[in-house]
Design a protein around this ligand. Structure first.
Ligand SMILES: NC(=O)c1ccc[n+]([C@@H]2O[C@H](COP(=O)([O-])OP(=O)(O)OC[C@H]3O[C@@H](n4cnc5c(N)ncnc54)[C@H](OP(=O)(O)O)[C@@H]3O)[C@@H](O)[C@H]2O)c1
Length: 413
């Protein structure tokens, strides 16, 4: 079988490097054809050399002036007389890799709303989108899902879709959504009564609001079960990550919000569950290693071997469950509210969160200020009038407006 040709956007990040690990394990089935990063150009060069990649992009435009840019160009040119590679700087160059003719699959492991354009481009070009960048769906689910349905249809028509089950145009990498995707295989979606999205509870599980005053970035970055990028680690600690995942699940599985529940499962052994109309529940369990859901997103409809120790139920011990504390972790409730309202409110909510998290990490804002900033910007957007989602340009405008509001809010504190 021909190798799947993969574009990895955000290749230096937590998901990006683990994606490259999966490619190393399955070099007979996968080939990297393009790589994009934000700033870490030395790592990009090393990756490009290791995987023989000739299409490269760097989000930060100023990187074009660095000495390493010459080496990246030489790598893209691939030696004398060969000119089929490319090197680009800036956001357009990153998004352009998503419609590279020689690519089959785009892994979107960018962080934040900056990833939306690449998701849009990948599906517009008829590629399979393996999506880690949940913000794409939170902000632009109303635009992305119809595109995914169109690619599913194209895949069916040209015989690229599996004989049974979803056509696979949009493959979630988030472990919860990968789990739900697998629990739904072979089932009639009309018989689903609830999705149960599991949450580890983050490093501050069990604490009350007063105990969260004065939390430092280092404390919030220490996630109990997953080793992830800085932004998602903070989102996990505030439960905003779970809120984003609820919105992501709503779009991915066309599920109303009152059928999506969050349950705290501190061991993170159950990655999520689906409950059916007869009360039966299917759960997805596995070792907490993101390479498994990344690999499934690339191997579907097949399963390939993975270099991770499987769960040993004899030593697993007990599994605990609890309701999330949304009084203390208000971001989850705020995200749900944004999702239920829909339109451009999730876009404004997400932008405010990105600004507040960045301010907290830079020690310019407080931990409890994150939820307060998100709430203030949501209120301001609701007062101005939430709009129906119509275009990428409109979402970019709302995103910029919400960021400016959030920055002003942080500055005024
Ligand atoms: N980490 C996890 O376990 C996990 C699990 C589920 C879902 N996710 C989701 O996956 C996404 C990525 O998370 P992560 O933890 O892998 O983040 P991360 O470690 O911070 O990595 C982000 C990647 O995106 C690149 N990047 C950032 N801004 C960019 C820009 N403007 N243009 C081009 N590249 C840019 C970074 O490049 P530089 O390093 O060069 O700056 C890096 O390669 C997020 O949406 C997250 O919610 C992550």
């Amino acid at each position: 079988m021909a190798k799947k040709r993969v574009v990895v956007l955000g290749s230096t990040g937590s998901i990006g490097t683990q994606t490259l690990d999966v490619v190393r394990q399955h070099a007979d089935k996968l080939e990297v054809v393009a790589l994009a990063v934000g700033t870490r150009t030395d790592e990009l060069l090393a990756q490009a050399r290791e995987f023989g990649v000739r299409h490269l992009a760097v989000g930060r435009e100023e990187a074009a002036g660095l000495p390493v840019a010459d080496e990246l160009l030489a790598q893209a040119r691939g030696g004398e007389g060969s000119g089929s590679g490319s090197l680009a700087f800036g956001p357009e160059g990153v998004a352009a890799l998503a419609h590279l003719p020689e690519a089959d699959v785009v892994v979107n492991a960018l962080v934040g709303a900056a990833g939306l354009r690449a998701s849009f481009e990948a599906l517009s070009a008829g590629k399979v989108l393996a999506l880690a960048n949940k913000e794409s769906l939170v902000v632009g689910g109303d635009l992305i899902m119809p595109l995914a349905a169109r690619v599913d249809e194209q895949r069916r028509v040209r015989g690229a879709a599996p004989k049974a089950g979803p056509a696979g145009a949009l493959m979630p990498i988030d472990s919860e959504h990968g789990a739900i995707y697998q629990c739904l295989l072979g089932e009639d979606e009309r018989e689903v009564s609830r999705l149960w999205v599991t949450a580890s509870g983050g490093p501050f599980r069990g604490r009350k609001r007063a105990e969260l005053e004065g939390i430092t970035p280092a404390q919030a970055l220490a996630h109990p079960t997953w080793n992830m990028g800085a932004k998602i680690s903070i989102d996990s600690s505030t439960l905003m990550n779970k809120g984003l995942e609820v919105i992501e699940a709503h779009h991915l599985f066309a599920m109303p919000y009152d059928k999506i529940e969050v349950v705290v499962q501190p061991q993170s052994a159950i990655h999520s569950m689906v409950e059916y109309s007869d009360g039966s529940v299917k759960a997805h369990l596995g070792t907490t290693d993101m390479r498994i859901p990344i690999q499934f997103a690339l191997s579907y409809p097949e399963r390939w071997s993975a270099p991770v120790a499987p769960l040993d139920f004899r030593t697993l011990g007990s599994l605990e469950f609890a309701a999330p504390d949304t009084e203390t972790f208000r971001c989850l409730a705020l995200a749900r509210e944004a999702g239920r309202t829909g339109g451009t409110l999730p876009c404004a909510m997400n932008a405010a969160n990105e600004v507040a998290v960045a301010a907290f990490l830079a020690e310019e804002g407080t931990y409890l200020g994150i939820a307060a900033c998100v709430e203030a910007v949501m209120e301001a957007h609701a007062a101005e009038g939430v709009q129906q989602v119509e275009s990428l340009g409109q979402l970019e405008e709302v995103d910029a407006w919400a960021r400016a509001k959030a920055r002003a809010w942080v500055k005024a504190r």
